[in-house]
Ligand binder design. Sequence first.
Ligand SMILES: Cc1cc2nc3c(=O)[nH]c(=O)nc-3n(C[C@H](O)[C@H](O)[C@H](O)COP(=O)(O)OP(=O)(O)OC[C@H]3O[C@@H](n4cnc5c(N)ncnc54)[C@H](O)[C@@H]3O)c2cc1C
Length: 343
Amino acid sequence: MMNREYDVIVVGAGPAGSMAAKTVAEGKHSVLVLDKKQEIGTPKRCAEGINARVLASLDIKPDPRWAINNIRGAVCYSPSGNSVNTDLGAMGGYVLERKIFEKHLATQAIKKGARYMVKTNARKVLKENGFVKGVKADYMGEELELKSRIVIAADGVDSKIARDVGIDTKNVLEDYHSGFQYEMAGLKLEEEDKLHIYFGEKIAPKGYVWIFPKGDSVANVGIGILGKLSSDGNRAIDYLDRFIGSHPEIFQNASPIEINAGGVPMGSPLEDMVDNGFMVVGDAAHHVNPIHGGGISLAMEAGMIAGQVASEALDRGDVSKKSLQEYQRRWEDKFDTKLKKLI
Ligand SMILES: Cc1cc2nc3c(=O)[nH]c(=O)nc-3n(C[C@H](O)[C@H](O)[C@H](O)COP(=O)(O)OP(=O)(O)OC[C@H]3O[C@@H](n4cnc5c(N)ncnc54)[C@H](O)[C@@H]3O)c2cc1C
């Protein structure tokens, strides 16, 4: 039977949640991570691109088991077919095998002392005297009351747990990009060590089409467009299918091996990321780069900062909103101006 009282409970074992858990465990505090999926990292909702510099800054050493394709740069195509080809050398970045990457992050947290439960859906927060004190969760048909001094909501773009605390994590339609993607095999690509990005209102209104190669003729082929239906009523999948059909030189012999769909919160970060005994990180807090929609690295950075501040607050014996606001301060110092400049 699991110990049912922890210093910290993290809801969500994505990049934000596992990074938060690892940091809390490093601070010598007990931490339990819950994920409603039965397998961490699966299904993926991601094109799996990550910058090498971010991994280095978080002290995560690329491992060929999950950093499967070294990316040297990007080729950007205009609607007329002209292209700009950049070369950053071997230190550009990686296309990940995210299903393995997320398990790797969880493994690192567990090795530091974090506990994990999968197939465990956090339904509500527990509250006492104005403080969040844990969560109610379902595990294999059983309802559990899991207590903690701090809850960290790392439950992604569809985050519900923060709303229970009165923090509105919903995205307005104007700020919500809908993503649709095939992982495909059998592509004929000129440069498999580059990301390929296609722009144009007819190709992807207010967004872009991407081909992120994974090597051996396999790539994530996807599109992100404004969540609202376009004026001609087409959905993301319609634009993507049209794009694939219009590039037989790449896709003639290709077939999908996976379908992925999901939303990207492109609006500004939450105004309020904390409450008494409560913190919100990653996609749940809209920590996404509003230009390209990438959020893995910002989620990990937010998780790390939240984990550090949670540990310090526990050491001081003060988990009030005022004390936890230090997380928001540090996050904003590092990213807010930079991200707002992009909007
Ligand atoms: C199509 C698409 C392509 C993308 N491509 C890229 C890319 O190439 N590079 C990049 O950097 N970013 C990309 N992103 C964005 C990136 O995937 C997210 O920014 C990132 O996953 C955010 O991490 P997170 O830990 O905050 O949330 P998530 O990774 O979404 O993790 C949240 C976790 O919480 C769990 N959860 C949710 N609710 C509950 C609950 N009630 N109880 C228990 N568990 C719960 C979920 O099961 C999930 O495991 C893409 C997004 C989409 C949709």
